[in-house]
Design a protein around this ligand. Structure first.
Ligand SMILES: [Fe+2]
Length: 328
């Protein structure tokens, strides 16, 4: 695939040697890149924070801040962490490479720099960055869509945010793998994105729903899964979206799964989702207190709706937070 990377990309060249800056700058400009130069580590960091840098070539030994320190600072900030960094090291500097890897560098170039090698590295990293940016954009669109649906309903304000936090807390307490915790955080935001297909007069209807209206609402997990399916990074999120309305006795939807057949992550989100709904004001009732909500949910566990073991762990978290809040 043809990517017009050179015409769109700004490359930062940071080196305290003027001769090196000139050499790299001339060579990259000759190949169509836009180049920004910095003579020390502070200037390099400022450029990466304030300018649309697509990739940085950092010398390791620079005044004010080393290439490693710039790298660590850039990689620790969400807004800059995806900028690829190539550290330019001395030929035999094995320690430099180890320290570079620890600082989060994406690649290394040894001095003296060979033009073809440099161009190949730069092009391959820019291609990767282009795909990462696309992915980020797609995720942002889905999350924005989900939050705009939440914003339609004044009664659910902040619901997605609380869901993400509580689900992750529950997952942490259960020792779930980081991938699944990330999936739960994302699912907290996007689990109801399928409601985009539900007309507002049904979505916001205060009274009971007709059987046909219920059918439309109950399609939202499947629609949501379909919307997010093209996102590879959402593969662990998809089962949560699809199954967050299943019940332990098989009376939920859309697949009437029962017990352990319901993915654990979906059971976690269900518990948190129901708790948050109960403790929030609704058009037809006032919010329950945390104690009342947990009592209601324990009764619903007896009816075969929610995972009782998960509810117990969740109760620990919630009551822990309540007493922590009440403490002077
Ligand atoms: Fe839902």
């Amino acid at each position: 695939m043809y990517l017009p990377e050179s015409r769109l990309s700004t490359i930062l060249v940071a080196d305290d040697s003027e001769a090196n800056r000139e050499f790299l700058s001339e060579m990259l400009s000759l190949h169509g890149f836009h180049v920004v130069c910095a003579a020390d580590g502070d200037a390099a960091l400022q450029a990466m924070l304030n300018e649309p840098i697509s990739l940085a070539l950092l010398d390791v030994m620079m005044p004010k801040r080393t290439g490693f320190a710039v790298c660590r600072a850039v990689k620790s900030r969400p807004e800059t962490r995806l900028i690829p960094i190539v550290l330019v090291t001395g030929l035999s500097a094995k320690e430099d490479r180890i320290q570079g890897i620890e600082s989060g560098a994406d690649d290394f170039l040894s001095k003296p720099i060979h033009t073809e090698e440099l161009l190949a590295r730069v092009r391959s990293l820019l291609k990767l960055k282009h795909f990462t940016d696309e992915l980020e954009n797609a995720e942002t669109v889905v999350c924005t869509l989900a939050l705009s649906i939440e914003a339609k309903d004044p009664y659910t304000e902040g619901h997605c945010d609380r869901l993400s936090k509580y689900s992750v807390a529950l997952a942490e307490r259960l020792g779930l793998h980081e991938e699944l915790r990330i999936a739960l955080r994302r699912a907290g935001t996007v689990h109801d994105v399928g409601k985009v297909a539900v007309p507002e007069h049904i979505l916001l209807k205060p009274g009971p729903l007709t059987p046909d209206e219920r059918k439309v609402i109950e399609a939202h997990p499947v629609v949501g899964e379909r919307i997010c399916a093209p996102l590879k990074s959402f593969r662990h999120v998809l089962p949560i979206i699809r199954h967050h309305h299943e019940k332990m006795n098989g009376t939920g939807y859309p697949d009437h799964l029962a017990g352990d057949a319901i993915p654990l992550t979906a059971r976690i989100l269900s518990v948190v989702d129901v708790y948050d709904a109960l403790t929030t004001d609704r058009p037809y009732r006032k919010a329950l207190s945390p104690e009342e909500a947990l009592h209601t949910m324990r009764e619903e566990v007896k009816r075969g709706w929610w995972d009782g073991a998960l509810l117990e762990v969740f109760e620990d978290i919630v009551t822990g937070r309540i007493s922590a809040k009440a403490a002077p």
